[in-house]
Design a protein around this ligand. Structure first.
Ligand code: NAP
Length: 280
């Protein structure tokens, strides 16, 4: 049985991994901030040495863009140094590590999907701290999988949940039509994580559902699938009181996955349908 240590287990990706994994296949240690703060190197080493996981999955992070801008020290402490601490214990235990990262390591100015070989150029504190986390993981351990994803939704706070809350309010909702991405189900990302950790195909991956849409098209699809109605207006981000400023182009090309040719993500619409209709 593979021993997994999931850090940030209460977040939406941590919860999704717990939901999709087969408990007969994995022994799981879940921890979140309350049980184990990943920024405390001594705690991290002691937890690792006691439990001796085969794989560490780092889902912990400061994920609110505004919080990162307001408190850059916290952003770097958790997103960069926390990742470093987990990489250090991974190397010590000869364990594999999965580091979750983001399209925010790119500047969002491209007109084509970013692949794993494209130059990073983060524009926000969140993006810079995530890139620093990636670099620490590469520096401290070889057996790493760095997975960059985008527009993730699952059980938690995300575009789908915020949008549905607004729909309930009955107000007209103006949604950005100039932000593009690939909505990615946390459960689909979790399935890929559980797949890749059994391989030795280390390195950096773009890991998103396929296909691209605007925030506005994403919102329209949520309405269609839930059967709810709302007055929607397509607007530029700066005129939207609903859409926060985000990279204009957050589309990632799952290029390495396509080379290895063993794993396919579903398209964003079918994954969204599964999530909304089946709750997964
Ligand atoms: N959501 C997306 O669209 C997306 C896209 C690409 C990549 N990612 C990355 O994927 C990872 C997980 O994302 P998510 O959406 O699951 O995030 P999330 O729902 O915000 O979960 C993050 C979890 O980490 C916990 N945490 C914060 N600081 C911690 C610390 N010092 N020690 C231990 N745990 C700590 C949080 O606790 P509190 O809530 O109590 O602070 C929360 O439970 C993040 O690294 C994120 O950057 C997310």
């Amino acid at each position: 049985m593979l021993k997994l240590w999931i850090c940030g287990a209460n977040g939406q990706i941590g919860q999704a991994i717990n939901e999709v994994l087969d408990p007969l296949e994995f022994e799981v240690f879940n921890s979140d901030k309350e049980e184990l703060d990943i920024t405390d190197i001594d705690e991290v080493i002691s937890f690792g040495e006691i439990n001796r996981p085969d794989v560490i999955i780092n889902c912990a992070g400061v994920t609110h863009i505004d919080v990162c801008e307001e408190d850059p020290k916290l952003a770097y402490k958790v997103n960069a140094l926390g990742a470093r601490n987990l990489a250090i214990i991974s190397a010590k235990l000869n364990a594999k590590i999965v580091q979750l990262s983001s399209d925010d390591v790119f500047d969002g100015r491209s007109l084509d999907p970013y692949n794993e070989f494209d130059k990073t150029n983060p524009m926000t504190t969140y993006g810079r701290s995530k890139l620093a986390g990636e670099n620490y993981v590469k520096e401290f351990t070889q057996k790493h999988f760095i997975l960059r994803s985008t527009w993730v939704y699952g059980k938690g706070s995300n575009f789908v949940s915020h949008f549905l809350e607004r729909v309930e309010s009955g107000d007209r909702i103006s949604v950005a039509a100039d932000q593009f991405g690939s909505p990615t189900s946390a459960n689909e990302l979790a399935r890929f994580i559980l797949y890749i950790i059994k391989t030795n195909e280390y390195g950096t991956y773009h890991a998103t559902c396929t296909g691209t849409c605007s925030r506005y098209a994403f919102a329209k699809e949520i309405l269609a699938l839930t059967g709810k109605s709302a007055e929607l207006k397509a607007v530029p981000t700066k005129e939207s009181e609903f859409s926060v400023a985000r990279p204009a182009y957050a589309v990632l090309d799952n290029f390495i996955m396509s080379i290895i040719d063993v794993y396919d993500f579903p398209d964003w619409k079918s994954a969204l349908k599964d999530f909304i209709q089946g709750g997964n």
